[in-house]
Design a protein around this ligand. Structure first.
Ligand code: S6P
Ligand code: ZN
Length: 192
């Protein structure tokens, strides 16, 4: 009879309360101090508590970074808050292998996925259960427009890599800001 083994690696990895724990998982913290030149008002950001947690990324990497054909799985927990009138957000990036695409999906909280490529910018609303396809050659970041932690899942190719050269506050073509208590998507006044 065929022998079937319970894979110890898979058994050791857990997705618990939207966090990843166990084998081949790791967590990365991004604090206010790590977000230099990402928000419109750098003076306000630099005056905030540098240790304040902006987001955590939990990732499961079953293969080495750069492995062709593999996948990575992650969850981002993005805190609520603003820098001036700009909501907390991730740095944002394109992929170092620009053709690589990615899936995002909403788990908890509400926010926006901001995307742009050479021809257009667009924004998708994130809510529990929302599914988002990020095409290749498209810069992407998430923004928390709610009052609770925004939790978003992601799956991307293990050879995608990250290119953060788009993160400067002047580079994203649209920004999400709080206008009289409402989330508003506006052209980035600093773009270009
Ligand atoms: C990876 C994927 C996410 C982000 C995470 C943090 O391709 O898009 O896991 O890494 O949301 O964003 P950032 O822009 O700081 O890497
Ligand atoms: Zn990505």
């Amino acid at each position: 009879m065929l022998q079937v083994d319970l894979a110890p690696h898979a058994a050791a990895t857990r997705f618990v309360e939207s966090r990843l724990e166990g084998g081949a998982t790791h967590a990365t913290d991004r604090r206010v101090a790590d977000m230099k030149d990402v928000f419109q008002d750098e003076t306000l950001r630099s005056g905030m508590d540098p240790d304040r947690l902006m987001y955590q990324v939990f990732a499961h990497e079953a293969v080495n970074q750069g492995t062709p054909g593999g996948l990575f799985f992650g969850v981002t927990h993005l805190s609520p808050g603003t820098v001036g009138n700009e909501y907390f957000m991730t740095k944002g990036h394109t992929h170092a292998r620009p053709e690589c695409a990615e899936y995002y999906w909403g788990i908890e909280g509400t926010g926006f996925l901001v995307l742009f490529n050479a021809t257009r910018a667009w924004v998708e609303e994130i809510a529990p259960g929302s599914l988002h396809y990020v095409p290749g050659r498209t810069a992407h970041r998430i923004v928390n427009t709610g009052d609770v932690v925004l939790k978003v899942g992601a799956c991307w190719p293990s050879d995608a890599g990250h290119d953060y050269s788009v993160i400067k506050s002047t580079a994203f073509t649209v920004i999400i800001r709080n206008t009289d208590g409402r989330a508003q998507c506006v052209p980035n006044p600093a773009f270009g």
